[in-house]
Every structure is written in C-alpha cells, then in structure tokens.
Design a protein around this ligand. Structure first.
Ligand SMILES: [Zn+2]
Length: 266
C-alpha cells in the first residue's frame, strides 16, 4: 500500500514536487541525473507507527531534525523521471528522534541522493527560519555567469541580477550569495553554502549550479526562474553587443522601500 493512500495533503505535496521536477527538466537545468530536491513533509505524515523498509546511519547528527520526515530524490535518478513519478524515483525518510539515523518509510527502498547529508545540514540550519525545501539545479545561464571572475566577488553577481528587472529584487529579496568552487557533494561545499544562506535566499556554486531554500517548492522554483530570467537579459544584451545599463541603486532602493524589503545583506 502506498503511503499516499488516503493522504490528500501528502499527495498534493508530491504533485508539487513532480510539477517543479518537470520545470527543471524542460528548462534544461537537469541533464541526466543533475540536481536534487528535498522537502520536509513531517506535517503530512500521519502520526503513529510505520514499519521502516530500511534504516541508515547518518554521518553526523542533525539536532533540529529529530523525528522529521522528508521526501528526497533518489541517487542517480533523473529529474525527468521524478516529474513522472516522484515516489518511484525518490524516497520518504524519517529521522530517528536523536537525528543520527533515518528510516526509509515509503514507498520502496530507493537510496536518497548522495547529497542527502548536505541537504539535511541545510535543513538543520534553515528550519528555524521556516524553510521546508532545498532545491539544487543547473541553470545554464546562471552557471555561465559564474565563469566570470568579476562575478565571484561578494555581492557583484547578486546586485547585477537584481538590476536587470524589478521582479528580481522583489522575488529574491535576500539576494544571491556566491560559493567558490568545491568538490560536488563535499562537506566543504555544504558548510560554505550554509554560511552564504545566512544572508541570502539563493546560493550560486561556482561553475556548478545553484541552490535555493524556501518554505514552498513552487515559490523556491520561482526564485531560481526569476534569477535565470535576469541572467538571460544580461546575456542577451551582451550578445547584442552592449553592456546592459541595469537599474540604478536609487531605483533598487525605491523598490526595497515600497515593497518593505530588507536591506541588502540581511
Ligand atoms: Zn549539481
């Protein structure tokens, strides 16, 4: 029996995951098994005993996540397949109360992404702020910009993207952080990402991809999509042979004031 049976809210959460996985694929941001998604689904799991399918020890404890349940895309799974059937290409796991191990509780034994410890480290950090979603993907236009050294300096890329279109300042109010290149899946990458998420909504990984954190998977996708649009405006102008002027600091500050957004770096 599927965990989705008689559970409309969990089924609806899976439908949202499938919808976003489809966007990541059709946008061209999820080649082969590129990217991964994790969503805190604790509130949708019916309390009570569930017989675990398998139990796995975690490399370290994630104290804020004891007892929490997550949907996680499976290791080696393609996002285009997640879009068709999230529970056949991912797993629902529940952490033990001491958060040092997890049980796979649905629907079959599929090993979570090898990035699971990084995702859990980020959830552990961001949970208190209301984050439920960690989404990592490979947007071509945004990655291209991280190949330019100037954009690797703090705040340069984020400010440029904000200045391309007013929505970017509004939809991604805490802006974009930059993490220098680290080996994919490494603890160094996770730790640097957590440090950058302290003051940003989305983090760019140099020459690799982006990672966004949010309370809702559709909103989290919207942040990356809006930043991708900003990157396309920049690159389209460069392709046309000119450097785009960008909105002025005064114009960005006016948006911040009118939309009651936090100042940069908060
Ligand atoms: Zn990646």
């Amino acid at each position: 029996m599927s965990i989705l049976e008689n559970n409309e809210k969990l089924s609806s959460a899976m439908a949202d995951i499938a919808e976003v996985a489809g966007y990541l694929w059709t946008k061209g941001w999820a080649e082969r098994n590129g990217g991964n998604i994790s969503v805190n689904v604790t509130e949708f799991i019916t309390p009570g005993a569930i017989t675990p399918l398998s139990t796995v020890t975690l490399p370290r404890r994630f104290p804020a996540l004891g007892g929490d349940a997550f949907y996680v895309t499976g290791t080696g799974k393609r996002m285009r397949d997640v879009a068709k059937a999230p529970l056949q290409h991912g797993a629902i796991i529940r952490l033990h109360p001491d958060a040092g191990a997890y049980d796979i509780i649905a629907d079959r034994i599929i090993a979570p992404t090898s990035e699971l410890p990084s995702h859990l480290a980020i959830h552990d950090f961001a949970r208190a702020g209301g984050a439920k979603v960690v989404c990592h993907t490979h947007p071509t236009d945004l990655i291209a910009l991280t190949h330019r050294r100037e954009f690797l300096q703090p705040r340069v890329l984020g400010r440029m993207l904000w200045s391309m279109i007013p929505e970017a300042r509004i939809v991604v109010p805490r802006g974009v952080g930059i993490v220098p290149y680290h080996l994919p899946g490494s603890l160094e990458l996770a730790d640097a990402t957590i440090a950058a998420l302290d003051s940003h909504d989305v983090v760019m990984w140099e020459k690799h991809g982006c990672l966004a954190v949010g309370a809702d998977i559709i909103d989290t996708f919207d942040m990356i999509d809006t930043l991708s649009k900003a990157a396309q405006i920049y690159l389209s102008a460069r392709l046309a042979g000119f450097e785009p002027e960008g909105m002025s600091n005064d114009e960005l500050e006016e948006i911040r004031r009118v939309f009651n957004l936090l100042p940069e770096g908060n």
